[in-house]
Design a protein. Structure first.
Length: 383
């Protein structure tokens, strides 16, 4: 009889609902053991919990007093990730934790050591890393097909309004209730494409290339935000390459990008814009269309974790793939933040929300990306 892993879902009121919906609407070869959520009305908010009679516990301690699980999927606010991951590992449960894994390299090392001690895996939920087209591309990069990385850039942002920042007590903040959170588009909603670039530069399939130093322009357009909501960053990497990354929540459109380019000594990779999926081009003119590779399921990260529970192994995106992003966030946290000049901001009042966007920000970032520059280096003053 095929093993059906027991899955513990930790926090389903936000992004965690994606996992709940998938596991209750599809047969993923696993069963929900329980839900751990502090929201008192979670059963009323999500009727499927009552319909399928899924047990709910208010804490991990309460759950583990009565049950065990093969896999814990943690989708709680980021400042709870470390303690919840350590608790699950201490009870012999494999963990798939949503990004970002944590906020310091010390915590990352502590979590990795806990996973090794427990003999369990710790996977991180950067879904792009699990896509089969991305992994096919990375295999070509790791094998040297493109040569040595020279530089990479990406532009990506999501529009966020007042409702987004008012939905909880930590959105846009540096700290909450004495806990560091460092919430920003770079550390949260738009983290994926920066992490992807570091992942693709990793020397092995499960590693990423670390950052060495940073030059950045960080801005705040929304007065509700304590941290920055707009950023142009240039990182120097340990392999000698550089990554430029542009992101903002102060957009006139719901999403901008992603647009990405990676340049190597023997070719380049592009994605976004007119290019559907990832496209490689070698120096000899050979074109490699990775869009021909089936990327897998939208929740491939969950399916891969379940396969590793059943048959052994470790998911491709773990602590080694997350360390450079954590390091990058720490470097950005030391940078000054400037407010966007009021005359450069348009306030858009909609029926149920209010948005503030930086005038012409999409063209500004695309121009900067095209010239591999930060705004200030082109004489563009935003603050």
């Amino acid at each position: 009889m095929t093993m059906r892993p027991k899955v513990l879902l930790v926090a389903v009121g936000g992004y965690g609902r994606v996992y709940l919906d998938y596991l209750t609407q599809h047969d993923a070869g696993a069963d929900i053991a329980s839900i751990c959520d502090v929201m008192p009305n979670i059963r009323e908010k999500l009727p499927v919990i009552q319909e399928q009679q899924i047990p709910v516990y208010p804490s991990l301690e309460a759950f583990y007093q009565e049950h065990e699980a093969d896999l814990a999927v943690i989708a709680s606010p980021m400042h709870f990730h470390t303690e919840m991951t350590l608790a699950c590992l201490s009870h012999g449960t494999n963990v798939l934790c949503e990004k970002p894994l944590c906020l310091t390299l010390t915590e990352a090392e502590q979590m990795q050591q806990a996973a090794e001690k427990a003999g369990k895996f710790l996977a991180v939920g950067y879904q792009l890393d699990y896509q089969r087209d991305v992994l096919a591309m990375k295999q070509d990069i790791v094998s040297g097909r493109y040569g040595t990385p020279i530089r990479a850039r990406a532009v990506h942002g999501f529009r966020r309004g007042e409702k987004y920042y008012a939905r909880n007590n930590w959105a846009g903040h540096k700290t909450v209730n004495g806990r560091e959170v460092l919430d920003s588009p770079f550390n949260n909603a738009s983290a994926h494409n920066f992490q992807l670039l570091t992942f693709l530069m990793g020397k092995e399939m499960a590693s990423a290339c670390d950052v060495v130093d940073l030059k950045a322009e960080l801005y705040r357009a929304n007065p509700q935000v304590e941290n920055f909501d707009t950023a142009a960053l240039r990182f120097r990497m340990e392999n000698g390459a550089e990554i430029l990354y542009y992101t903002t929540h102060a957009l006139p459109s719901p999403e901008f990008g992603p647009y990405g380019v990676m340049e190597f000594t023997g070719g380049r990779v592009t994605y976004g814009g007119q290019v559907k999926g990832f496209r490689g081009e070698l120096a000899d003119g050979t074109v490699i269309d990775y869009s021909r590779v089936n990327p897998g399921e939208p929740l491939q990260k969950l399916l891969d974790a379940l396969e590793c529970v059943k048959h052994g192994g470790t998911p491709v995106c773990g602590v080694a793939a997350e360390r450079p992003h954590i390091h990058a966030v720490r470097l950005a946290a030391e940078m000054p933040i400037r407010s966007i000049a009021p005359e450069k901001i348009t306030v858009d009042h909609q029926a149920d929300d209010t948005f503030r966007y930086i005038d012409d920000i999409e063209n500004i970032f695309m121009q900067c990306a095209k010239e591999w520059k930060l705004p200030g280096e082109l004489g563009i003053q935003l603050g």
